[in-house]
Write a protein that binds this ligand. Structure first.
Ligand SMILES: Cc1cc2nc3c(=O)[nH]c(=O)nc-3n(C[C@H](O)[C@H](O)[C@H](O)COP(=O)(O)O)c2cc1C
Length: 405
């Protein structure tokens, strides 16, 4: 079959991969209620169709955390991708680079961060927190040295969700002779995978954390190492440690609740990924897409951050947009006010008409990179007090600038 759609690729994967790998990728946790919700809620979204626009010059490019993307999509981290295709992470990174979008490498990828970076563009690096902070610091230093700019800290997997399909397929829990025979059988009955991945895709280790993994080299050994070594004590306070150890932008992945989103931003995150881990963790949780609007309302477009800039008004200005087309400042200023209120600083501003002078002062002091990305109309409704108090330093805190996404 010549694949034309994502579902065609899914069919091919089912054919090509040993059952245990296909089920691992395809499945969710427990009864897969959340996985089902993810699919159903996305499908239920009806797009608004408009017509008679000049579509000859489409430009979907955006800038996210200082990185230009040809369109607003990134490759999410996928653990053990090198077990599904030969040096899978490298292939995915190359594919992402070819179309100009970021690839995020999982902590538990088969290929190391050095191998992926050497193949082209340094990836974003996804972090799972291990108990050994010294080792984590070394790992982050390696990611930095390899050229990674963005750290994606996944917070929805203090321990892996139970996945029934993995038990049934023998991916987890199958030990002894029958387990070994089952694994071998699944391998030999998938000769393409056997040739491509098993024989020619070695080494099959968790490249980034290889030196820490003890107790065997089988997939089940990796999984039990993960269960033993992931740090379940992590709280928002630990973001402090991450911030001290990583000097670039930090994106928190795995947030569904607006309260958590506020906590994440307060803790210093520059971006959020609204996610339930593809329905692979807390089953029964709401779909990621249905969670998105409330999170965006709570923290502006930290939800997938765009340009980031520092300003000098007693706080950072994180200017974030879901897509191109900032409406600035008409939509931005009210959100500055809202963010000021939400993030627990000592003031809530009352809207008032803009005075040119105050706006001009605010604009002059903004980072030029931010201003460059702001191209559209100026029609401001509120915010002179906010602008002034930010400038004179009487309001402190993090300021979120949000677009009308
Ligand atoms: C096979 C597989 C492995 C994954 N491994 C990771 C991982 O190592 N780290 C991570 O943060 N997310 C991982 N994910 C989750 C994805 O990055 C992504 O969040 C999910 O597939 C999409 O669902 P969402 O829209 O709820 O985010 C994995 C997903 C799959 C299907």
């Amino acid at each position: 079959m010549k694949p034309a759609s994502v579902s065609d690729y899914r069919k091919l994967a089912r054919r090509r991969l040993p059952k245990m790998f296909f089920e691992y990728i395809d499945g969710g946790s427990y009864a897969e209620v959340t996985l089902g919700r993810n699919l159903a809620d996305l499908e239920a979204i009806a797009l608004r169709q408009r017509v008679m626009r000049d579509m000859s010059q489409l430009d979907m490019s955006v800038e996210v955390l200082g990185q230009k993307m040809s369109f607003p999509v990134g490759l999410s981290p996928v653990g053990m991708a090198g077990m599904y295709a030969r040096r899978g992470e490298v292939q995915a990174a190359r594919a992402a680079a070819a179309v100009g979008v970021p690839f995020c490498l999982s902590t538990v990828g088969v290929c190391s961060v050095e191998e992926v970076a050497a193949a082209g563009t340094p990836p974003w690096f996804q972090l799972y927190m291990l108990k050994d902070r010294g080792y984590m610091a070394e790992l982050l230093a390696r990611a930095k040295a390899a050229g990674c700019k963005v750290l994606v800290f996944t917070v929805d997997l203090p321990l892996p969700g139970s996945r029934y399909r993995d038990v049934r397929s023998g991916f987890t829990g199958a030990s002894g002779l029958s387990g070994a025979l089952n694994t071998a059988w699944q391998g030999v009955t998938h000769p393409e995978w056997l040739w491509d991945v098993w024989l020619h895709g070695r080494p099959h280790t968790l490249g980034c954390v290889q030196s820490a993994v003890t107790g065997g080299r089988r997939v089940t050994d990796f999984l039990s190492w993960i269960a033993r070594n992931f740090d379940r004590t992590v709280t928002w306070a630990d973001i402090d440690w991450v911030r001290k150890t990583w000097d670039g932008p930090i994106v928190i992945k795995g947030v569904l609740d607006p309260e958590d989103a506020r906590e994440a931003v307060k803790a210093g995150a520059q971006g959020l990924v609204v996610s339930n881990h593809g329905g692979r963790q807390l089953d029964g949780a709401r779909s990621s897409i249905s969670a998105l609007p409330a999170v965006v309302d709570a923290v502006g477009s930290h939800t997938l951050a765009n340009a980031c800039a520092q300003a000098r008004y007693g706080g950072a200005v994180a200017a974030c947009g879901l897509a191109q087309g900032f409406d600035f400042p008409a939509t931005v200023m009210p959100f500055i006010l809202r963010a000021v209120a939400l993030l627990g600083v000592d003031s809530v501003m009352a809207p008032r008409a803009l005075r040119e002078q105050a706006w001009a002062r605010l604009a002059t002091d903004l980072d030029p990179a931010l201003l460059e990305s702001i191209t559209t109309e100026v029609a401001l409704a509120d915010a002179v007090d906010a602008a002034q108090r930010l400038m004179d330093g009487s309001v402190r805190g993090r300021i979120v600038v949000r677009t009308r996404a």
